[in-house]
Write a protein that binds this ligand. Structure first.
Ligand code: NAD
Ligand code: LMR
Length: 415
């Protein structure tokens, strides 16, 4: 959070940066934050010890704050930052989007809701959970940012939570404990996602859907089947959130190669479990050379990063804070696409024809209707290591997709 606040003591400027931001190395005395020209809000007060006063920042790109001096720069499309000076706030000039978070009282749901409450693009934030969500909403509603917050508890309030929202984010479900795979969550989370997606189909069939609940490789195909059965499936609007894999890849590569975090972008393709998570290190921006040993070490670390957190938490859950950060970044990118930004790219797990599998994560371009383009070039010009890894991941991913489809079809048949 602290790193998402750009401050300059000298100018008294502060703004919430786009959560596409990366922070400076902890070893550095500088604080770096990037922001979309429309992805921040002006605020005043003191947050986490950073004094700041009301402001507006009127240029895209990023700001590096070092010794009280702000330096601005721009980044390319791969980091999803607009570089057009002169814009501020939503294109429409007001907060426009209604967003529902399903599972909002959970480990991810709470910090995610806080982060997206800070977006200037949101007019309404609806928090839904089966328990404990009223307090979360009361608490969040005191933040003086534009989004109006409301709480919805249990199945009887799901319809009201979803009515006419533009974006639904789903972190509902159980997390892993040490020794479990993501697929071990299937039996509980598949049913949770199915029920919630039925609600989406009935009450906000045109919304973009961001699925976080694991196993993402299966829960997204489940959602697709439920939407198809309800006659409202639009593959451009359904996303498995894999942003955390990109966030981790960027962090680990920057650390390993001594790069500024804010400059690094590593596309991550495939899916979101074990070997199906494939960072394309050869496509790292800026261009950087890796030894074969570094490729192996980084790939394995990125693939096992979720387990690294599960083990460190020792039974108290899986990644929540980094996931909230990643999901907020992805949600903001979705809304910027909806709002007409022309240069918004993220990796996501979507229906795709880039391989012979029906779902695959690659870079996608986000637009007014969701997925505007799938960047098939991600799969071109791969190294031998990456080509072999793509071949190797397909059988596991295929099995996870089929498991989800079979579950959804069986459930539909018994209703
Ligand atoms: P958590 O247990 O802390 O929170 C889950 C929340 O979901 C709880 O508040 C619970 O009450 C709620 N919930 C359960 N059933 C529900 C239902 N039917 N309707 C609405 N809400 C319901 O778990 P968490 O740490 O927040 O993780 C949530 C999910 O996200 C897990 O499946 C986890 O594996 C997954 N996850 C995915 C990624 C990713 O990269 N996609 C990263 C981290 C975690
Ligand atoms: C992650 O990658 O952190 C999540 O998928 C949670 C998990 O179970 O590892």
């Amino acid at each position: 959070m602290a790193a998402s606040m750009a401050t300059t003591a000298a100018s008294g400027v502060a703004a919430f940066g786009s959560i596409a931001a990366a922070t400076a190395s902890p070893a550095s005395s500088s604080r770096t934050v990037s922001f979309s020209s429309r992805g921040f809000f002006a605020a005043s007060g003191e947050v986490l010890g950073l004094s700041f006063s009301s402001c507006s920042v009127r240029a895209g790109g990023f700001v590096t704050v070092q010794d009280g001096v702000a330096k601005q720069g721009v980044r390319g499309r791969s980091l999803q930052v607009r570089a057009d000076a002169g814009a501020s706030g939503p294109k429409s000039g007001q907060s426009t989007f209604k967003v529902a978070v399903l599972g909002a009282a959970g480990g991810i749901g709470q910090p995610l809701s806080l982060l997206i409450k800070m977006s200037p693009l949101i007019s309404e934030l609806r928090l839904y959970d089966i328990a404990n969500v009223k307090g979360v909403a009361a608490d969040l509603s005191h933040c003086n940012t534009p989004a109006q917050v409301s709480a919805y508890t249990g199945a009887s309030e799901l319809a009201a939570a979803l009515k006419d929202v533009d974006l639904v984010i789903i972190p509902a479900g159980v997390p892993r404990k040490p020794g479990m795979t993501r697929d071990d969550l299937f039996n509980i989370n598949a049913g949770i996602v199915r029920t919630l997606i039925e609600g989406v189909a009935d009450h906000c069939p045109n919304a973009l859907i961001n699925i976080i609940s694991n196993p993402v490789n299966s829960t997204v195909p489940i959602a697709a089947e439920v939407l198809k059965a309800k006659g409202v499936y639009d593959p451009k609007k359904l996303f498995g959130v894999t942003t955390l894999d990109v966030v981790r890849a960027n962090t680990f590569v920057a650390q390993k190669k001594g790069l500024r975090l804010i400059d690094v972008n590593v596309p991550v393709i495939g899916g979101h479990a074990g070997v199906t998570i494939l960072p394309l290190l050869s496509k790292t921006k800026p261009t950087v050379e890796f030894t074969p040993e570094e490729v192996e070490e980084l790939t394995v670390r990125i693939q096992n990063a979720g387990t690294e957190v599960v083990e460190a938490k020792a039974g108290a859950g899986s990644a929540t804070l980094s996931m909230a950060y990643a999901a907020a970044r992805f949600a903001e990118s979705c809304m910027r696409g909806l709002d007409g930004d022309s240069d918004v790219y993220e990796c996501a797990y979507v229906q795709s024809e880039v391989t012979d599998l029906p779902f695959f994560a690659t870079t996608v371009k986000l637009g007014k209707k969701g997925v505007e383009e799938i960047v098939a070039e991600d799969l071109e010009g791969l190294t031998e290591y990456e080509k072999k890894a793509v071949d190797a991941l397909k059988s596991e991913l295929k099995g996870s997709i089929e498991k989800g489809v079979t579950f959804a079809k069986k459930q539909a048949a018994t209703v």
